[in-house]
Design a protein around this ligand. Structure first.
Ligand SMILES: Nc1ncnc2c1ncn2[C@@H]1O[C@H](COP(=O)(O)OP(=O)(O)OP(=O)(O)O)[C@@H](O)[C@H]1O
Length: 212
């Protein structure tokens, strides 16, 4: 459970977000929509502990009942996915996944990474470099990598916007299914109402609040 209470974010000139409160259960999605410059990316940066210098943020962020807003980014265990896959280009697909996995026996970690690839129809892709994969395949690897790190919540910053329409629909379904299966609460920032899964809570930063 991710609980946000009284989140306020301001630039020196203006208040971007004034008192956002939401409860996002396991496997549920809070979608945040709003015009360019309304503060969507700043909200995600605040949640993972990386708000830019020059912006002020306050409010409570609780994960499974524990207040994390004073913790450094690495200790929050909040994952983030961007529109670019951000895979390490010089590491193989398997090495990219191993990088995210918690410590453990080498053979176990490798088996977990390979099982994750197989679960995403990517069996056998481990030894390849990311640039030899299609955009949709790389996008799936980046989701696997984010999930193998065992985040307690996942932030999605326009993760579908680079993909073409057909891929986009498949990739959306892939992501939301994984989040449900692994019972991870997520905050999704998007410009596109089609990205918002049915039943998600929806907040518009420039206006009213509703349910999709
Ligand atoms: N470091 C900073 N110092 C001062 N103002 C900033 C800083 N970073 C962002 N801003 C301002 O904060 C506002 C919100 O930016 P943010 O990137 O969160 O918006 P956004 O809703 O994600 O926009 P987009 O949809 O274009 O990505 C913008 O007006 C931006 O100019």
């Amino acid at each position: 459970m991710l609980e946000l209470a009284g989140i306020r974010i301001a630039t020196p000139q203006r208040t971007l977000i004034d008192g956002l409160t939401a409860r996002i259960g396991e496997g549920e999605v809070l979608a945040v929509m709003g015009e360019s410059g309304s503060g969507k990316s700043s909200l995600l940066a605040f949640l993972c502990g990386g708000l830019a210098d020059g912006l002020a943020g306050s409010g409570s962020v609780r994960l499974d009942g524990v207040e994390v807003s004073a913790l450094p980014t690495a200790q929050r265990r909040i994952g983030i996915l961007f529109q670019d896959d951000l895979l390490f280009p010089h590491l193989t697909v398997l090495e990219n996944l191993l990088f995210a996995l918690p410590a453990g026996r080498d053979a176990d970690r490798r088996a977990r990474a390979e099982a994750a690839l197989a679960s995403a129809d990517l069996a056998g892709y481990g030894p390849r470099l990311p640039h030899t994969l299609s955009g949709g395949q790389r996008a799936r690897v980046s989701v696997l990598r984010a999930l193998l790190a065992e985040p307690r919540a996942l932030l999605l910053d326009e993760p579908f916007s680079r993909l073409d329409m057909a891929l986009r629909q498949r990739f959306r379904a892939f992501v939301f299914e994984r989040l449900r299966e692994q019972r991870i609460p997520a905050v999704l920032v998007t410009h596109d109402a089609h990205d918002v899964p049915p039943g998600a809570q929806l907040i518009r930063l420039d206006g009213e609040e509703e349910t999709a």
